[in-house]
Design a protein around this ligand. Structure first.
Ligand code: AMP
Length: 217
């Protein structure tokens, strides 16, 4: 199983591309945001409540918590898929170093890091118009990816919501956190010779196809 990562700012379309890639390749999509949202949903313990509050503000959850989730997901997928696609991880250089050392223990490494490049004004428009299904995780947009029935998930019929971290004040903070902590990973993976840049603007199916081609190369 090849481990690959998809990089890009919040709103760059990592989750959208990943959701399509599972139809193009024998690929397991692991989104740390989705895993953490699931964990925070039944925020019954103080630790889960703290995770939910950190996410609400768009700050980063502790490296230890997220690292443990990723290791578990990797172990579950190993042997069953051709690719494990990490979406939302790593988010800083400490996480990238942890991932590298965990994979090295299995004689593996990050094979490709695909960067979805999107201008900031496009990112802000996407994030503030984004609507999400809290039941199945499907994503929509009030202008560019409308559900068939207003406010209702096409896939499972649940009412759509605006994620709290997509509210304008939290969007600004998430972009700030991305620039301060995550953007340097582009240089990290470029140095390792595995970074591939793809434009994240345009038709979602075409973008997913380009990513699939890069991964299969
Ligand atoms: P995302 O769905 O990838 O935008 O992630 C939503 C939120 O989950 C982020 O704003 C963080 O609070 C948290 N999160 C997701 N991935 C990570 C990570 N690798 N490290 C720390 N926090 C994360």
């Amino acid at each position: 199983m090849k481990t690959v990562v998809i990089l890009g700012a919040p709103g760059s379309g990592k989750g959208t591309a990943a959701a399509r890639l599972v139809n193009l390749l024998n690929l397991k999509h692991v989104s740390t945001g989705d895993l953490l949202r699931a964990a925070a949903r039944d925020a019954s313990t103080p630790a889960a409540k703290a995770v939910a509050e950190t996410m609400r503000k768009g700050e980063l959850v502790s490296d230890e918590i997220v690292g443990a989730l990723v290791v578990e997901a990797w172990q579950q997928a190993d042997g069953q898929y051709d690719y494990l696609l990490l979406d939302g991880y790593p988010r800083n250089e400490k996480q990238a170093a942890f991932l590298e050392s965990e994979l090295a223990r299995h004689g593996a490494k990050v094979e490709k890091a695909v960067w979805l490049e999107v201008p900031e004004d496009v990112l802000i428009g996407r994030l503030s118009g984004r609507r999400t299904c809290p039941a199945c995780g499907a994503g929509f947009h009030v202008e560019t990816m409308k559900p068939k029935k207003d406010g209702i998930c096409d896939q499972c019929g649940h009412a759509l919501v605006q994620r709290e971290d997509d509210h304008p004040e939290n969007v600004a903070n998430r972009l700030k956190v991305y620039k301060a902590k995550t953007a340097s990973l582009l240089g990290w993976y470029e140095q390792k010779g595995v970074l591939v840049q793809i434009s994240g603007v345009g038709d979602a199916d075409e973008i997913a196809k380009s990513v699939a081609e890069v991964l299969a190369r």
